[in-house]
Structure formats: C-alpha cells, structure tokens
Design a protein around this ligand. Structure first.
Ligand code: ADP
Length: 648
C-alpha cells in the first residue's frame, strides 16, 4: 500500500459512535487521517475540497439519509469505496445499499478494531487494484493513441475492405486529403465509396484483382493493382494499391483485405508525356527520313544530268581552260554526291534501314583500290600515303566489302584532308579474332576537349572547318555507327598540331577465294549490242538529252517516251528489245507502267531511280523490273546493265 496515511471520511450524527470508531481505528494500528462530520451535506462539502481514500456512512442521518448520500458519492466520486454503518436489524436495507454500490456494510455494534482493520485492508487492496487497473488502462489508451497516430498521419492511404459485401470497413484520413473530399462527403458516399468513385474503365481489372485476392492470395502475400479514383474536382487520381489478406472465413476464403495506396498521378502523367514525346519524335524521324529521301530524289535527278553530260563533254577537244573548267564542274558534282550519300546513309541508319552484305571478297584487292583512289590526292598535296598489311591478315574475308570500304574511305579521306605535310598511313593487322585498321596522319590534330565529340552528328572540331576543309560533320558519325553495327570498335588518339590516329577493330570471318566475284567491266566493247531497239522513258528534258547522247554513242536504236502512258502506247505499236524506265514520271509512273507491261510482255525493263531507299527497290522488284540503276549513274554502269539484259 503506497499511501502514507489513509484519508478516511466518517459521516455519523452520533458523536459517541464517532469516538468509538476513532478508538477502534487507533487500536487497529492503521496509519490514517480521520475526518468526521455529522451531516450528508457537510460530507459532500468536504469531499469537494479534499481527496479521500474511502468513506464510512451512517445509514441513519438527518436530512439526506445514508442511502441517498451513497448514491450521490457513487455518482460524483465513483472510485471512492463507501462502507455503510447500520443499526442492528437493518440487514434488508444493507442489501439495498450493496446494490447501490456500497463497498461493505456492518452494524455499528460490530465496529471493533478487528472488524475495522479487516475492512480497511480490503479497501486498501481494492484501492491498489483500482490503481493498477487504471495504470493498465492508461497504457492501453496511450498505445491506442500511438497506433491511431501512425495510421492517421501515414503518408499512405490505409484501408480495410470487405470483399464479400464490397464495402469499405476502414480508411485513414489520407484518402480524404488525396482526393480532396471532406469527412462528411466521404461519409455521405457510404461504405461503397471506392466503387462509387472508381473510373469505369478500371471496373473490370479491379474485379479481377479482388477475385484473385479472395481465392488465390496467400497470407502475407502482397498483390499490387493500379486504378483511378475521381477526386472532388473531377480529376482522375491514379493510385497504386498493395493489398494483403486480413481476415478469412471458416472455409478459408479471404473476406477482408488490408491495403495501402499511394498517389502515382504525377508518375503516370510523366509516363504519358514521355510516350507522347516518343511518338512525336518517331513521327518527326519518319518525316525527316521521308524528307531526306525526297530531297535526295530531287537532287539526284539533276545530278545525273550534270555528271553524265560533263563526262560526255570531257571526251571532246576543248581549250585547256575549258577542260579545266569542266573538270572543276565534275569535281564539284562528285563532292556533292558524297554529301548526298552521307545524308542518305545517315537517315537510313537512323531509320534502322541499313542492310549489310555478307559476301566473300578479296581484301587485298579492295585495299589496292583504296590506294589508287587516294594516291593522286595525296600526291597533289605533297604528302606520302603508305599502306602496310601485316602477313597475318588473310587475303579473303567474308562480310560487307562496301561498308568496310566506306569506313576506310572516310578515315583515310579525313586524314589526307586534315594533313598539309608529312604522311598518312594505313596499317592493317590482326589481333586475336579481330582485324585492325590503323589510320595515322601528321596533320592538324584534334583538341582534347573536341576529341570526344567528333563522332557525334554534324560535329566539326573547329568552327571554321567547313569553309577551310569542306565536309558535313557526318562522316565520323556514320563511320562509328557502321563499325558498331559490324560489332567492332573505333578509337581515336590525337595531339593538336602533331596528328591523329584512328583505330578500327572488327571481328572477321575468313572468306572463300572460289566464291569471290571478279568485276570484269568492258565498257568499250559495244558492238555486240549495236542496233538493239531501246525505248527510253524519261520526263526530264535534260536527262533525256543525256540519255540520248549515251545511247546514240553505243549505236542503239532509240525511241523516247515522256511518261508511262506513252511507254504502253509505244509497246503496243512497236517491238523493243529493252525499256529504260524512269520511276517518277507524270501521268503514269514507271512502276505502274511496268505492272501494266508485264500483263502481256516479257521485255527486259531497267528502272532509273533517284530513290536509294530499300523500300522503293522492293516495290520495283515486285512490279517485275529486271534491274535498276540509281541516279546519278556513270555511262559505263548503264552500258554494263544493258548488256547484261540483252546478252543472256
Ligand atoms: P567532316 O565531313 O567535317 O570531315 P567528319 O565526321 O568526318 O566530318 O569529321 C568530324 C570532324 O572531326 C572534322 O570536321 C574534323 O574537325 C575532325 N577530324 C576528323 N578526322 C580528323 C583528322 N584526321 N585530323 C584532324 N581532325 C579530324
């Protein structure tokens, strides 16, 4: 018993009884402080001013009697144990007193040290128990408040749903905050609030999710779902919910689930914007690639005339100055073609439409062609161009000789372009299962901060480079992509003012010498096809002029048509050995005309196309074309193709 002194209130109108009570208390050796009064009204006053541990009330009191007083005390101070003192023979009343909450009762005549001592010890035990009970209750209340606080202030929505009834049993405040409803509005939505504000589009997936939770989810398993709820302002709020079984019925089916949910609207919006941006970028890429293909077509057609007619003119005797001028035109046209080809290649790589050959070829032969290509240019600049091939390099390889050539032409071309004196060298060797090409020059070099950017599109290391050296800044970007598509690597080392080294390493497969196709071009031998009847369909007058000159030069019998309809007309009237068909023509294009021709005639058709795209080629083949040649073409190439068709 923790109390120092037990504060006892005694209410009795008989002073002698009070004295007897006090004596008995003393004898019982109880540490106490006794306060006594004669009337109930007085007692209530005392109780108001001072805390008492227990009270003893005489049943018979003047004014408010003992029973009444007991009831008032029990109501106002329910924790104070009240024992009732009765006169002899009041047992019946005593029962009523006990019913009204008395702690104990005994007749005044039995007030003795022993009896009182017993009673008071019982009171003390009662007080102790009450104190313990209170402490436990307080702890429980605190724990409860703690859990409530966690649940209420959790940044996540927390809820318990009844799967059988389709109702919400519990939710914390977050739902109110995230969706913008107030408590009353949520209450007004009722227990089916979630289904009332669920996006109709998500009803089916939510139903499936709940079916899964009910029949398949294991205890402790977390199942995620995403859905939209309507906020107070009418917006859809995306939620990511994580549910777990909470209560099962006797059959083991889940009846309640506990879940948390978070607002993922921002993430969803960002995802959607990203998708839209991606779609937009893809559309832009398609538009770009179409534009490039169209542009190349438009440029290739006049280029064909410029290059071809210049070639033809160069065969004549002109003054030295005139010949120089013509050569300059040809040189410029050649350069322009390189640029167009770069742009086309680049757009094809971007569109993922670049294909690689896989044929057997003679590497040594290719490299000696490269030597021939650059020998003159290097000599003109007064620099050395050396090629060294390590004996370990096989002569025959399998792969794409044209793309390999493109890589080397780019690197050697750059090296010569950016070198004013000294030497450019190409060293070929093998290392493990890779073939390595090392192009070294003693040119202007590249500043360290530019070095990492030179492989990017349209990048040039010096701002004034275009004016001084020419170029588009696409060469290395294409080269790098080609190398990567061939599963190789490209590296560069450079010191400004001293020179650069580009190193390309590619995995390689040895080739079969027997399968290498040799190029045997005999452009001057034209007699075997002299007199053949050729129908040329071309709408561009300048190209018509060029083709006319070529064909007459080869002693062919030429008829000219301006469009597809004229081709069909001519073919119905006369007999021809071959048709040269431009693809893009007014009235009826070359592809349609070929399809029409193929209904009745087997005559060989060679298409003249300015479009280097794979898709156009496939369309041509489907239409029934025998061969095609891409503008701008050389006279010798066209002759070769014509011969191939006529001498079969
Ligand atoms: P460009 O058509 O301009 O030559 P490239 O993509 O081939 O485009 O090269 C990009 C830039 O890298 C060049 O403009 C030049 O600044 C730099 N560069 C490339 N090769 C060399 C080299 N061998 N020496 C010095 N600079 C070079």
């Amino acid at each position: 018993m923790p109390h120092n002194a037990l504060h006892i209130l005694l209410v009795d109108d008989d002073e002698i009884d009070i004295m007897a009570f006090a004596r008995a208390l003393k004898r019982a050796q109880i540490n106490h402080q006794l306060t006594s009064c004669n009337y109930a009204e007085e007692a209530l006053q005392l109780l108001e001013n001072k805390p008492f541990h227990c009270a003893f009330v005489d049943y018979q009191l003047p004014g408010i009697d003992g029973l009444e007083l007991l009831k008032i005390i029990k109501e106002k101070y329910p924790k104070i144990p009240v024992s009732v003192l009765t006169s002899q023979g009041d047992e019946k009343l005593a029962v009523e007193m006990m019913k009204s909450g008395a702690f104990d009762y005994f007749p005044k005549s039995e007030v003795s040290a022993e009896k009182l001592g017993k009673n008071i010890r019982a009171i003390e035990r009662h007080i102790d128990l009450e104190a313990e009970k209170e402490k436990a209750q307080k702890e429980l209340r605190e724990k409860d408040a703690f859990i409530q606080k966690i649940v209420l202030s959790s940044p996540n929505i927390i809820y318990v749903n009844d799967l059988e009834q389709g109702t919400n049993i519990y939710h914390n405040n977050q739902i109110v905050q995230i969706l913008g409803y107030n408590e009353e509005e949520v209450a007004a939505l009722g227990p089916q609030l979630f289904s009332k504000i669920l996006d109709p589009q998500d009803i089916e997936s939510t139903r499936q999710h709940y079916l899964k939770m009910r029949h398949e989810a294991k205890d402790g398993e977390i199942v995620e779902s995403e859905f939209k709820l309507k906020s107070k302002t009418g917006h859809w709020v995306w939620l990511l919910a994580r549910d777990t079984p909470f209560k099962r019925n006797e059959e083991g089916k889940v009846v309640e689930i506990l879940g948390t949910a978070i607002d993922i609207t921002d993430r969803k919006t960002a995802e959607r914007e990203l998708l839209e941006a991606k779609k937009y970028a893809e559309q832009a890429a398609v538009a770009k690639s179409e534009f490039l293909s169209n542009m190349s077509h438009e440029i290739r057609t006049p280029m064909n005339a410029i290059m071809g007619l210049t070639d033809l003119l160069l065969k004549n005797d002109f003054t030295k100055q005139q010949t120089e001028n013509l050569k300059a035109i040809k040189y410029s046209a050649d350069n322009m073609l390189v640029i167009i080809n770069d742009i086309l290649d680049f757009s094809k790589i971007e569109a993922g439409k670049l294909n690689f050959e896989n044929i057997d070829f003679d590497l040594h032969e290719r490299i000696s062609l490269l030597q021939k290509t650059f020998h003159f240019r290097a000599k003109q600049k007064g620099i050395y161009f050396k090629i060294l091939i390590d004996p370990s390099v096989p002569q025959y390889l399998k792969g794409d000789p044209f793309r390999l050539n493109q890589i080397l032409v780019n690197l050697v071309g750059n090296a010569i372009k950016f070198t004013a004196e000294g030497a450019v060298s190409l060293f070929v060797t093998t290392y493990a299962d890779e073939i390595c090409f090392e192009v070294t020059d003693t040119g202007i070099g590249i500043a360290p901060d530019k070095l990492q950017h030179i492989f990017e599109n349209f990048t040039q290391a010096q701002g004034n480079i275009t004016r001084k050296f020419g170029g588009t800044g696409l060469g290395l970007a294409i080269t790098k992509r080609l190398v990567e598509m061939m599963k190789g690597q490209i590296e560069v080392q450079s010191t400004e003012g001293e020179g650069s080294t580009f190193l390309v390493s590619l995995p390689y497969l040895p080739g079969n010498a027997a399968l290498v196709e040799r190029e045997t071009v005999e452009t001057e031998m034209t007699n075997e096809i002299a007199g053949a009847r050729i129908l040329v369909a071309e709408d561009n007058p300048i190209n018509q002029m060029y083709l006319k000159q070529l064909v007459t030069q080869w002693n062919l019998d030429l008829t000219m048509a301006n469009n597809g309809l004229e081709v069909l007309d001519e073919c119905s009237k006369n007999e021809f050995d071959l048709v040269l068909m431009d693809v893009q023509m007014p009235e009826m294009d070359g592809i349609t005309a070929t399809r029409e021709l193929r209904k009745t005639l087997k005559i060989p058709v060679i298409a003249l196309t300015a479009d280097a795209m794979e898709s156009t080629r496939n369309e041509l083949i489907e239409a029934g074309i025998n061969d095609f040649i891409t503008k701008p073409f050389k006279g010798s190439e066209l002759l070769e193709k014509i011969k191939k068709q006529l001498i079969k």
